[in-house]
Design a protein around this ligand. Structure first.
Ligand SMILES: [Zn+2]
Length: 284
């Protein structure tokens, strides 16, 4: 598989991120489409998913921003939307209706932990019904939150088991390996054939003390997850850019002590299949 077919499933490029300057992995980062594509090119990544943040004002804003990123990047940044179930049943129904008219939608991202809801909240049933029917992956923020006022009780991978069982046709992605609950994530991926995980956002800024040890620990935990599951078919490469350098995130996977075929699957093949990227239509 060529490097251009590699996919970063976890990128954030949005005007709605309020505290970005204090959180990017490098203060002088070029936070534009050009800057992002430059980093992807430097690391041999062909395309990626542009994921909105929970600060996005509404579903319409995520679609509008995602469409313009897709166009400006020549189709290399795929469209992802999000919804807060706290907006109420009518709002969720309207979101689903809009998504139904958006053929280029590649995934939905939900933010339990940042927002106060459990993944098995019944208010999300219309989202899951729609996504299961369309085989559209739903990605869940899981584990540690960047913001101090996040609520970790809503972000534990174990609570996704209920969703995975109730919606067997729903493709589910547990982001960040559910860090620090990586063993819970491994069990969910092992038990449920409709659960994937991405290894984004496991590393802090490279300037922190112990960064190298942190990198090695993250790689070892990722390796343990693959060994626990027994294969690498539902593990996805992602960086969480701009929180993490794309080159470092690639290195985490590229230096895993597993066969090269499996590393390439994680770096792109698994994502292309899960997100139907080879079937993408023309850019509009
Ligand atoms: Zn993220």
């Amino acid at each position: 598989m060529g490097r251009g077919t590699r996919v970063d499933v976890h990128l954030h490029l949005t005007r709605y991120w309020r505290d970005l300057p204090g959180t990017a992995y490098r203060p002088d980062l070029d936070y534009t489409v050009r800057g992002l594509l430059g980093e992807l090119d430097g690391a041999g990544i062909g395309s990626g998913l542009a994921i909105p943040v929970h600060h996005a004002p509404d579903v319409g804003a995520t679609l509008e921003e995602g469409r313009s990123l897709r166009t400006e990047s020549g189709g290399r940044l795929h469209l992802v939307s999000t919804v807060d179930p706290g907006i109420g049943d009518e709002g969720v129904a309207a979101a689903v209706e809009r998504w139904g008219r958006t053929p280029e939608l590649t995934a939905i991202k939900l933010f339990p932990g940042y927002l106060p809801f459990f993944p098995h909240d019944r208010r999300l049933d219309p989202v899951y019904e729609f996504a299961a029917h369309r085989k559209l992956p739903v990605m869940f923020h899981q584990g540690d939150t960047l913001e101090r006022n996040g609520r970790l009780k809503f972000a534990r991978p174990i609570d996704l088991d209920e969703v995975a069982v109730r919606w067997p046709d729903l493709p589910i992605v547990i982001c960040h390996l559910g860090n620090p609950w990586v063993e819970e994530t491994a069990e969910l991926v092992y038990k449920n054939s409709n659960v994937w995980t991405d290894c984004s956002g496991l590393l802090a800024r490279p300037t922190v003390p112990y960064f190298r040890e942190m990198f090695e620990r993250a790689r070892s935990r990722l390796h343990q997850l693959i060994v626990t599951v027994g294969d690498a078919d539902r593990v996805l490469y992602g960086s969480d850019w701009p929180l993490e350098s794309i080159a470092t995130a690639v290195e985490l996977v590229a230096t895993l002590p597993i066969p090269e075929d499996d590393r390439e699957r994680i770096l792109g093949g698994n994502a292309r299949r899960l997100f139907h990227l080879d079937a993408s239509g023309p850019i509009s």
